[in-house]
Ligand binder design. Structure first.
Ligand code: FPP
Length: 239
């Protein structure tokens, strides 16, 4: 298996195969801020900029779906000022996208997660971003906000019960999730090696790639390293 160090990769390399669906757990913002004596919100702000760079690069590379874990159902337990700062970052991003749809490119923006708990102003911006980018044909950027994968599965099963089903199969569940595509690769920076209730169903055969880099320090080169590593994985899907 090829091993790529940061030094080896300067520009986007050629990829023989890319994940169709990439999942990214944006972790380490708090530690990044703490190391600099800054409030956690500063780490999230830096993380939001990295989100912009990396989502743009996924689109440049032609990755079809990329899901960013931005706010979990458990994150409401964080101090109010941190939650407010995160909601303000989502709003800023959506206002930017709304003001400059050309710059938003051909990407589709979609949200996955529960709507309950999110303020109406943000919900409206989320709906508008989805509607205005619905016809785009490029990368689908899923933002997981107020997302929990167990909750997603329970809600899929509840929809099926409402439809009157008394027996279900895997396809039924897949078709009722927020995001159907199987996840091929999950990237988690910051040294943690957990899935944290992210895409549990979709990641049944996902490859994992971890790095010690904190999310605000994550660069395009780190993305390339993960993708090059993925290219060399021998995926057997249980066979
Ligand atoms: C986990 O790191 C990260 C989060 C809970 C928030 C992630 C959100 C962003 C990067 C902002 C995204 C913005 C847009 C516009 C999509 P942590 O804060 O738990 O880090 P720690 O483990 O070091 O404390």
């Amino acid at each position: 298996m090829a091993f790529f160090t940061k030094k080896d990769i300067k520009a986007a390399p050629e990829f023989e195969s890319l994940p169709t669906h990439l999942g990214i757990i944006m972790d380490g913002n708090g530690r990044w801020a703490k190391k600099r004596g800054l409030p956690r919100s500063a780490g999230h702000k830096a993380g939001a900029n990295v989100f912009r760079t990396i989502s743009d690069e996924c689109a440049n590379l032609g990755i079809k779906y990329v899901t960013f874990y931005a706010f979990s159902t458990e994150n409401w337990k964080r101090p109010k000022e941190e939650v407010d700062a995160l909601m303000a970052l989502f709003k800023d991003y959506l206002l930017e996208a709304k003001a400059d749809m050309v710059k938003a490119g051909n990407n589709k923006i979609k949200f996955i997660g529960e709507r309950e708990g999110i303020n109406s102003e943000l919900l409206k911006l989320m709906d508008e971003a989805e509607e205005e980018t619905a016809a785009h044909t490029g990368t689908t950027v899923y933002l997981a906000v107020n997302y929990g994968s167990r909750q997603e599965i329970v809600s899929a099963v509840n929809s099926l019960i409402k439809e009157g089903k008394t027996e279900i199969n895997e396809e039924d569940i897949s078709n009722n999730l927020y995001t159907y595509p199987e996840c091929d690769l999950i990237i988690r920076p910051s040294g943690e090696q957990r899935i944290s209730n992210f895409l549990l169903w979709q990641a049944a055969y996902s490859e994992f790639w971890y790095s010690d880099v904190l999310w605000p320090d994550f660069t395009k080169r780190d993305l390339y390293r993960a993708l090059k590593d993925f290219e060399n994985r021998n995926r057997r899907f249980g066979a």
